[in-house]
Design a protein around this ligand. Structure first.
Ligand code: HEM
Length: 509
């Protein structure tokens, strides 16, 4: 009886849902402010189009490639999802990623893959972002990075000590794991004044590398099914761990950050700060941010994103640079020769390394080719109507661009898939500003917070390995182990990849 009565109600609810969905599709196709923009009707009608390429089409994270295909059909400005335009035009990058004087906000869907809503990276509003960023900027200025660089050099010295152990017993090193370990040590020391000691842990703390991989592996799912991802996160830990044992280090990292944040919060809350500001937590607590911005949960979100954003990106560029150098012996020897006057045997400050033209060119080319962030940022210009080609883009429209479109633009970087540091030296000699197009760190008010720290690590890391070791790639296949084929927020190689592995030998001089 009860069942019979509820059938019409269910049918009614179902019909209403279908009608609502149909009405939404009709609105998006014919009445939406972006209805006249070029692009496939299916992408304009539903977000499932994007979801299919990111989540369901193997090997996942394929929408960036689909967007590229759509540009080849529809031109430089396309409607890639119901509410969003995507632009492919290297000269227009500076318009969207504009600096001071241009208000840019992040669209809410752009932040979905990042599970830390309280972080600066996830902040939508322009004003709140400026406030949060102002509290962090002093930690990452050139001056601050230089002051702490001795510690960074010490971490890379420890990495070299470990590599000597590997050389002694002829073991193979996974360079990606080693670089993730050292960049995690640097960022944890830097932000929390407490090192995670991954370099000193056997096999370079592989559980951390697994955690990073698991976080990024989950990015497309989190992006398209954010509520489900939150529900999974709020399961009791014992159940979550049974479902996914990789979450162990994730919880460990969160707990550690929480304890540190809580301690600082308690000591700083009432007391007048007298000690030197040493950690990000103290920096935030002592800033002019309003009290709600100093809540423990918010501060933890900030800290967690710094750890994740700071480690894997830099490690990936280091792996890409080393893999290419090790495939080009002549280039490797040229660089080693140039370094010989500067690394003797202690590692010098990164600014001395940057002053070596070939060294700078190698790092620039690595940063370009690795292009570690594949996620397309989606920005809104709430106060400006923009123009791109013949298209007038109304203010408030979510607009995205893909860093790789600029970094691999063959009209700017001929033979874009090749590792050619000399292109930077030639451009310099001809007075060309090629660095204008080096957008791997994004630009403008939303550009990377850690750019100075990342460059310092990359100079020191490359100099240390090139000048101190003879390395040989082990069972390496560039297509399998290096080339980016998936957008999982950062670009990842094939799932079959075993990483960039090397045989290490102490240098024969
Ligand atoms: C080679 C290394 C790195 C690359 C290529 C890189 C790239 C980027 C890119 C492209 C963005 C913008 C993302 C977006 O708009 O969605 C970004 C933002 C950010 N990066 Fe990096 N990053 C690197 C290293 C670091 C390091 C070492 C840190 C450590 C603190 C860091 C912290 C951040 C933060 C906090 C943001 C958000 C900034 C904001 O929204 O104001 N990154 N990074």
């Amino acid at each position: 009886m009860l069942f019979a009565a509820s059938v019409p109600a269910v049918l009614l609810a179902l019909s209403a849902t279908i009608l609502y969905a149909l009405a939404k599709v009709v609105y998006r196709l014919y009445l939406h402010p972006l209805a006249s923009f070029p692009g496939p009707k299916l992408a304009a009608a539903t977000f499932w189009y994007e979801c299919y390429f990111d989540v369901f089409k193997a090997p996942g994270g394929q929408f960036i490639y689909e967007i590229d295909r759509l540009h080849s059909i529809y031109g430089p400005v396309i409607r890639c999802s119901p509410d969003e335009l995507h632009v492919k035009d290297s000269e227009w990058f500076d318009v969207l990623f504009a600096g001071p004087g241009h208000v840019r906000e992040k669209w809410h869907r752009a932040n979905r893959a990042n599970g830390s809503p309280g972080s600066v990276a996830s902040t939508e509003s322009y004003d709140l972002h400026r406030m949060r960023r102002a509290a962090l900027n002093p930690f990452f200025s050139t001056k601050a990075v230089m002051e702490l660089e001795q510690e960074t050099r010490r971490k890379f010295d420890s990495l070299c000590d470990r590599l000597r152990d590997y050389a002694k017993d002829g073991r193979i090193v996974n360079l990606g794991g080693a670089f993730t370990a050292v960049t995690l040590d640097v960022i944890s020391q830097y932000c929390f004044n407490e090192c995670y000691d991954c370099v000193e842990t056997p096999d370079f703390a592989p559980h951390w590398k697994m955690l990073m991989s698991a976080l990024f592996d989950g990015a497309p799912f989190t992006k398209h099914f954010p509520r489900l991802a939150i529900a999974l996160q709020s399961l009791p830990r014992s159940i979550a761990l049974k479902m996914n044992p990789v979450l162990g280090p994730f919880f460990e990292c969160q707990d550690r950050i929480y304890v540190q944040a809580r301690q600082v919060w308690e000591t700083e809350r009432d007391a007048q700060a007298t000690t030197k500001t040493k950690t990000i937590f103290q920096g935030i607590m002592r800033s002019n941010l309003p009290p709600e911005e100093k809540a423990v949960k918010r501060v933890c979100d900030e800290a967690f994103v710094l750890v994740v954003a700071g480690a894997e990106t830099t490690a990936r560029v280091l792996s890409v640079i080393m893999a290419h150098l090790l495939q080009d012996r002549e280039l490797f020897d040229r660089l080693r020769k140039e370094l010989s006057g500067v690394v003797r045997p202690d590692l010098p400050p990164s600014r001395d390394l940057e002053a070596i033209p070939l060294m700078k060119a190698v790092v620039q080319e690595g940063v370009r080719l690795a292009a570690p962030v594949t996620n397309r940022p989606i920005l809104i210009a709430p106060k400006e109507d923009l123009k791109c080609h013949d298209c007038a883009i109304p203010r408030g429209t979510p607009i995205s661009m893909t860093f790789r479109d600029v970094l691999f633009d063959p009209t700017i970087f001929p033979d874009p898939n090749a590792f050619k540091p000399d292109r930077w030296l030639e451009a310099e000699a001809q007075g060309k500003r090629l660095d204008r197009y080096l957008v791997s760190f994004s630009k403008g008010s939303r550009g990377c917070l850690g750019i100075n720290l990342a460059y310092s690590e990359m100079y020191i890391g490359v100099a240390a390995l090139v000048s101190r070791f003879d390395l040989k790639l082990y069972e390496f296949d560039q297509k399998r182990d290096l080339d980016t084929v998936r957008d999982y927020f950062i670009g990842l190689p094939s799932k079959e990849s075993k990483g960039v592995r090397v045989k290490v030998a102490g240098r024969k001089t």
